[in-house]
Design a protein around this ligand. Structure first.
Ligand code: KG4
Ligand code: ZN
Length: 339
């Protein structure tokens, strides 16, 4: 079955074609980052309007790359939540309309399930059960994954998500928007040990996270310091190391708690090289396998939605004809496959 995947939950229009036999056939992406940069963050109405402009051309482009005709599409998967409601409705309405016109089934995909399954697009995919560390701009979660759709939330953030903490910290250091990748680049040249950063909530039991204190710590260091480029790099490196260490400590606890042998890391912050290296090192030390998606599939994309939707369509699941999108949608309320 060839599945068209559509992702429009935030500021990236992602489209992909996934074949259940041959794998990923094509994927295209338009990032609105430059459009929102002048506002210092995502403007929801501008995001929705741009999805309307880009979605159909991207779908046509994807079909062309895969040398396919519309009639080859056997199912449509679209992100129905969580995310910006207007942006989600563009993908939902387009996805459902295409399915209706082609007479094929359509399925609503949970954005975080897409992220969580993204490493399965790679060679040597992770095997169930596993623990997933989901670190994106909107979420930070540790999830016990027994099979597709069976998710137990082990811990989540009490305030900022990891990506949000990267972005807000970068903003106060004057690194622009979105600051995560910029801060990470600067951190490469910095001394992570010059300033002491806390490892929040690691001194007590539990698997929840809190990152807003790191942001405040950064603000104090920055405003009370000399504000030179090298200080900026050292603060960035210290901040990044604190996030990486905190995530690694909680991952180790989650692995011990569930006795899992496999860790999956996904979501935008999963593209952070220091985090990838840190968790690979931990995996080697404690004997777990660690899987990531390729860098471009850590951040939002259509391929992960096409893949997740394909699994659900093959299992006979599809959405009814109502146009529903969900700004909030708890991950642990999905229907497990085979249930
Ligand atoms: O998963 P994603 O594309 O969108 C959401 O679902 O939120 O994640 C975007 C987040 C942003 O906060 C961005 O700054 C962060 O991922 N990010 C990074 C890196 N690349 C993206 N954070 C740190 N280091 C990176 N290399
Ligand atoms: Zn995402």
């Amino acid at each position: 079955m060839i599945v068209l995947g559509i992702e429009t939950s935030c500021d990236e229009t992602g489209v992909a074609l996934y074949d259940s036999d041959a794998g990923l056939l094509a994927h295209t992406l338009f990032s609105q980052v430059e459009i929102h940069a002048e506002y210092g963050g995502v403007v929801p109405e501008i995001a929705s309007r741009d999805h309307v402009r880009k979605l159909l051309p991207l779908i046509n482009q994807c079909l062309e790359v895969a040398k396919l005709d519309r009639s080859d599409i056997g199912g449509v998967a679209y992100t129905a939540g969580p995310g910006l409601i207007g942006a989600l409705l563009v993908g939902t309405a387009t996805g459902r309309s295409i399915a209706l016109a082609l007479g094929c089934p359509a399925v609503a995909v949970h954005h975080m399930e897409g992220h969580l399954l993204a490493p399965m697009l790679e060679e040597n995919p992770p095997e169930f059960p596993f623990v997933a560390l989901l670190v994106s701009g909107g979420h930070t979660m540790l999830v016990e994954v027994r099979r597709i759709g069976s998710y137990r939330i082990l811990g989540e953030t009490l305030d900022d998500a990891a990506g949000e903490a990267f972005d807000k910290t970068a903003k106060l250091l004057g690194l622009g928007y979105p600051g995560g990748p910029a801060l990470a680049r600067l951190a490469e040249h910095g001394d992570a040990n010059r300033f002491r950063f806390p490892r929040p909530m690691t001194d007590r039991p539990g698997l929840d996270f809190s990152f807003s204190g790191l942001k405040t710590h950064t603000r104090n260091l920055w405003l009370n310091g000399d504000q030179t480029e090298s200080t900026c790099a050292d603060i960035s490196a210290g901040f990044q190391q604190a996030v990486v260490d905190t995530l690694a400590i909680k991952c180790r606890r989650a692995m011990q708690h569930t006795r899992a042998q496999q860790l999956v890391v996904a979501g935008g912050v999963g593209a952070n090289l220091a985090l990838r290296q840190g968790l690979l090192r931990a995996g080697k030390k404690y004997g777990w396998k660690v899987s990531y998606p390729r860098l471009e599939f850590c951040t939002d994309n259509g391929a992960m939605i096409a893949f997740a939707g394909c699994q659900r369509l093959l299992a006979g699941q599809h959405a009814d004809t109502s146009l529903q999108a969900f700004a909030r949608w708890p991950l642990d309320q999905l229907t497990p496959l085979g249930a």
